[in-house]
Design a binder for this molecule. Structure first.
Ligand code: AHR
Length: 324
């Protein structure tokens, strides 16, 4: 067994033992969730699924909307600690700056579960488990799809990054860069944050189009989420370009609107991120609180690629049942 893995198991055991409450029942649990905000369709769906999943399990669930600010998340965590909740869910807006407040939660013997984003390794002992996808892999899947689609053709890519300092933005960039590095014909010529929002995605894409001769030299857009891509598609159309045809698109999340764009022939590919992060998180906390079962340090959710060949209308229709 690798030493680092053994170390993380030991760390988990040390942190979990004092917080174990024998005979706790799910219906008696109060869980506080520090949510980032509602920057994207995916984020709104994650919040709505979390409420549904809490209801299914009769959990007393409190959500604090941080409106994209880490300071609000820290305040919310402190308030949850003061209220003596049984567990805290945290979707960390950025990866750094959590150690002090998570130490306070640990001292109060309140287990913390990370949802959908990670924090820096210095905080590894300060949370019980993280429910996330492999966001480096998501970027690789996007890059591999593009490489396969363009073949040997020279391709200039513009990239819309997620929120600066967010683990998923760092990882999705890393994964994509690694995948396209194997193909010297593909070059990322511009890369800027669009903050995971539609409005910013559109604005940044407009500036890319201007800087790239009206968009003529752009072969593809890679966006770290679908909302930014939807904004970028709008910018391309307004500039007289044909997204999905003249300019290829690949993004992440699989929100309904990207499938609508695929049906219209204006988007090409998306990598799915499930909005159900809380279901596995609730199950882990219930097992931990009622039986003392220590979850793995990482509960990984699946990612898969969808393209226009996957019956986007059918997927669009099915998304309504997934919290969208
Ligand atoms: O952390 C997950 C990312 O956050 C989603 O991909 C994006 O849409 C959201 O804002």
């Amino acid at each position: 067994m690798p030493r680092s893995f053994l170390k993380s198991l030991l760390a988990a055991a040390v942190m979990t033992a004092p917080a174990f409450v024998p005979n706790a029942h799910a219906a008696e649990l109060t869980i506080g969730f520090s949510q980032i905000g509602s920057e994207s369709g995916w984020r709104a769906a994650e919040t709505s699924v979390a409420k549904t999943e809490a209801k299914k399990r009769n959990i007393n669930f409190k959500i604090a909307d941080a409106q994209q600010k880490q300071e609000n998340q820290i305040k919310a965590i402190r308030s949850f600690i003061a209220q003596g909740v049984d567990a805290i869910f945290l979707a960390p807006v950025v990866a750094t700056g959590w150690d002090a407040v998570l130490k306070e939660a640990k001292e109060a013997k309140i287990p913390v579960v990370l949802l959908d984003r990670d924090i820096d390794p210095s905080g590894k002992d300060l949370y019980l488990t993280a429910v996330t996808s492999d966001s480096v892999h998501e970027g690789e899947v996007a890059g591999d799809w593009l490489a396969k689609s363009v073949g040997d053709k020279a391709c200039n890519v513009v990239e819309l990054q997620g929120t600066v300092g967010a683990s998923v933005a760092v990882n999705r960039k890393k994964g994509f860069d690694t995948a396209v590095a194997k193909h010297p014909n593909i070059k990322v010529v511009r890369s800027q944050t669009g903050d995971f929002t539609r409005a910013k995605g559109k604005e940044v894409m407009e500036s890319f189009i201007k800087a790239e001769g009206g968009g003529k030299s752009i072969c593809a857009v890679y966006a770290h989420n679908d909302d930014m891509m939807v904004g970028a598609i709008q910018a391309m159309k307004e500039a007289g370009l044909k997204p999905g045809k003249d300019i290829l698109t690949v993004s992440i999340d699989s929100v309904p609107d990207i499938f609508k764009a695929m049906v219209a022939g204006e988007a090409n590919a998306t990598v799915e991120l499930t909005p159900n992060m809380s279901g596995p998180a609730f199950d882990a906390i219930i097992a931990y609180k009622t039986k003392g079962t220590v979850p793995p340090k990482w509960i990984q959710t699946e990612s898969r690629l969808y393209t226009a060949a996957d019956n986007p209308q059918k997927i669009y229709d099915s998304k309504k049942d997934q919290g969208y």
